[in-house]
Ligand binder design. Structure first.
Ligand code: PMP
Length: 420
């Protein structure tokens, strides 16, 4: 593994030190326009250290895991299980058996809704979500409710994009069996007080699933301190490969859950009469797991750790503050959500005279990549009375100049749209 340029923990992050690690950021679009990548909440880019780890495994170590008795199988298994140790440490989970590799955050939530949900929910039980959830943290619970007769409720939002905690006492009751909540909204960027919600849910006997897709890549997560029952996230939003994610679950809860997918690797024994499920974490990793994905994720964690999550978080906060102020100065811009100090590096907005998708198309002409649409959060957009929004989202390699480019591009896009 190549070394990464680290600085002291207190020192402000200088993105120019890291940008050379990301080959794609050198991409020049049509007419020599450089790429300004501000779509990190959808997926991030990969540094060459992660790409090198992936190439290295395919060139030197690749085999299936946990199956062979040959050298390559041993090497790959060691790397794959080593990645699990890296994830355990990164989350400060108590045990490596609590780390299950999945295909991503969506797969992790579906796993819990199926395996834990089907076994534990009865008609009339309640599932508490919030109105700001990504569809990935809504649809699997709706499906669970359809299967079991449980009822889904949603914690409402305030006008400025926070969870309306005044509704909590009557929504979180003994009927609530699980609270599934995002730690950071993928649209509003709101950082939710999961550290307060978790004990409140536990006090009424409910389990808690934290959707960490937008938090784990940007903020230090300590699952023991949080006391979350489940936490999910995706590798591709934190410099890692696509096709891999993690479900963290407390050992005693995972142990009591029946397996979800059946197949190879997840069994102790199969006979003509049935099967005996295997131990954790294999019990939830049926079939060939995302071997290279997990190893790549391990390399991404090494990279993030050496840069320092707290520095990344402060850097994103500075960028968010700058964008927020600059956007607020543009006439006819509405920023969705709360003030910058309460949010991560995500800013969604609408213009009063240009549709978000049209804006994003025009921004692309100037090299600026943002997301436009409902961002898989239709109920949230409905709550704020807009069908769609444009979203800029940051990571460690974004610079203050990226924001200047974005603002300049918005002003030019607007002029161009009105000239037509
Ligand atoms: N939850 C949140 C908050 C997200 O932002 C996303 C991805 N946009 C997901 C869940 C789903 O992640 P994935 O598509 O990687 O499974």
């Amino acid at each position: 593994m190549e070394t990464i340029k680290t600085k002291s923990c207190d020192e402000e992050l200088d993105p120019s030190l890291f940008r050379p690690d990301f080959p794609i950021l050198r991409k020049v679009l049509r007419d020599g326009i450089p790429l300004v990548y501000l779509d990190n909440a959808a997926t991030t880019q990969r540094p060459r250290q992660v790409i090198a780890a992936i190439v290295d495994i395919y060139e030197h170590h690749y085999s299936n895991v946990h199956r062979g008795i040959h050298t390559l199988a041993d090497e790959t298994t060691e790397l794959y299980e080593g990645a699990r140790d890296r994830v355990r440490e990164f989350l400060n989970a108590a045990e490596r058996e609590e780390i299950v590799f999945t295909a991503g955050a969506t797969a992790g939530i579906n796993l819990v809704a199926r395996a834990w949900g089907d076994a534990n929910l009865r008609p009339g039980d309640e599932i508490l979500l919030t109105e700001m959830e990504h569809h990935s943290n809504m649809v699997p619970w709706y499906q669970l409710a359809e299967r079991t007769g449980a009822v889904v409720r949603h914690l409402p939002l305030t006008d400025d994009g926070r969870l309306d905690l005044s509704a909590l006492p009557h929504m979180l009751t003994e009927k609530t069996k699980i609270l599934a909540v995002t730690a950071v909204s993928n649209v509003l960027g709101t950082i939710n007080p999961v550290q307060d919600l978790i004990p409140a849910a536990h006090a009424v006997g409910a389990k808690v699933l934290v959707d960490g897709a937008q938090s784990v890549p940007h903020h230090r997560t300590d699952v023991q301190r949080l006391d979350a029952d489940f936490l999910v996230f995706s590798g591709h939003k934190m410099l890692g490969p696509t096709g891999v994610g993690v479900l963290y679950g407390k050992r005693e809860i995972l142990e009591a859950m029946p397996p979800f997918l059946g197949g190879g690797s997840m069994i102790h024994e199969v006979t003509l009469d049935g099967f005996v499920p295997g131990d954790l974490p294999a019990r939830f990793e049926a079939g060939t797991p995302p071997i290279v994905g997990a190893i790549g994720l391990g390399a991404a964690i090494d990279y993030l750790t050496s840069v320092g999550l707290s520095r990344i978080e402060s850097h994103e906060r500075r960028l968010t503050q700058k964008l927020y102020v600059a956007l607020a100065e543009i006439e006819g811009v509405r920023i969705l959500g709360t003030e910058p100090s309460l949010r991560g590096g995500i800013v969604s907005f609408v213009l009063n005279d240009l549709h978000a998708q049209d804006l994003a198309h025009l921004l692309d002409r100037y090299g600026v990549a943002v997301r436009a649409g409902h961002h898989c959060a239709m109920p949230l957009h409905r709550r704020y009375g807009v069908p769609t929004s444009a979203r800029a989202s940051f990571y460690l390699y974004n610079t203050s100049e990226d924001i200047d480019h974005l603002i300049d591009a918005i002003l030019r896009a607007r002029r161009l749209a009105h000239r037509k």
